[in-house]
Design a protein around this ligand. Sequence first.
Ligand code: GLY
Ligand code: MN
Ligand code: MN
Length: 429
Amino acid sequence: MKYTAIDNNLYVNNRANFVKHLKSNSVAVFNSNDIMPTNADGTMPFRQNNDLLYLSGVDQEESILVIAPNASNPAHREILFVKETSELIAIWEGEKLDKVGATKQSGIQTVYWLSQFDSIFHGLVTEAEHIYLNQNEHLRAIVTVETRDDRFRKECKAKYPDHEYERLAPIMRKLRPIKSQLEIDVMQQACNITEKGFRRLLDFVKPGVMEYEIEAELMHEFLINRSRGFAYEPIIASGFNACVLHYVENNKECRAGDVILLDVGAEYANYASDMTRCIPVSGKFTQRQKDVYNAVLRVMKGATAMLNPGTLHNEYHEEVGKMMESELIGLGLLDKHDVTKQDSNNPLYKKYFMHGTSHHIGLDVHDVEERNRPFEEGMVLTVEPGLYIREESLGIRLENDVLITKDGQHDLMANIPLEADEIEDLMNS
Ligand code: GLY
Ligand code: MN
Ligand code: MN
């Protein structure tokens, strides 16, 4: 791991909140993610399961967290199983968690080697009535491989068919959207690294630069700041490419007169940041580009001001749609009379603004959430309105990550240049 150690109170507190949601006489099991293969003996970089991470901080493969608040043996109420390390493993793979290290990272006092799991778990199961198991239930998840949690679910149900089985996912999507101060601090670090990357670009971008050269500059800045890299596949889309919402080829030349849409965010300690900025290749927006930019910026500011405790996501998105509608009329892209006659189920603004305005962000870029839950203090959401005008080869999206507070908002990206004039000034200084 490149990041510096995280205060383990984060995980101690998360577990204390978590156990409140369990039925009595329960045992809950969280498995780490697998190391995914590529080809031959190749592997993808390891990415930990976010629920396991949230409750333990353990960022290592082949780890299991077991929580059994009513276990008769107090030492077994929280157990971490990690793979046994040895001098041989240390020679080939470097340092792995030993028992002391695992306790330090997680705050969990009882750590066993993975080989002891079956017998210890059997003891806990015989005492328990409910077994809580985990599954990725994200609304848009497309999972065609079997995860360790999936395999464990099958094995466990086959071995202990007469227990009551419960789902962990509804608990995790209740807990994870509310960020603690320790989490907010880590997310702020991710945003600060993104800021450094963006500022570096303002000096670097010139006509003729390739989109992938911009990607390389960002990656360099992220890595030297202890980030593993991008929190998601970066979109570096010049000119018309910005109208392709999921453009990730990043292989075109940036030409004078074009605007580049940069949807790029650093991760830090597995927490995501998610930023979008649009900058003129030649350092100066045309009047039309600036008009569209400022229209999106006004919507962004209007939307941000609506992120208040109590607001419902769907109502919020509808209001933002109305703001965008009036901007589109102002830009001459929609006709006022057509708008009055539009089908309210399919409003005309969707031709130019076809995606959502906000999503939760945290350990996942599109973090787990309860869709119908009103906004609350401690939630962090993106605000990312955009306009994509294919006939003008112009796409503008602006995106910040915003914390909802008791009486308003705290923008975690408030220091990242956003005003069109400021961006022009920085590009030309
Ligand atoms: N970068 C992904 C998103 O904006 O949702
Ligand atoms: Mn986003
Ligand atoms: Mn984004």
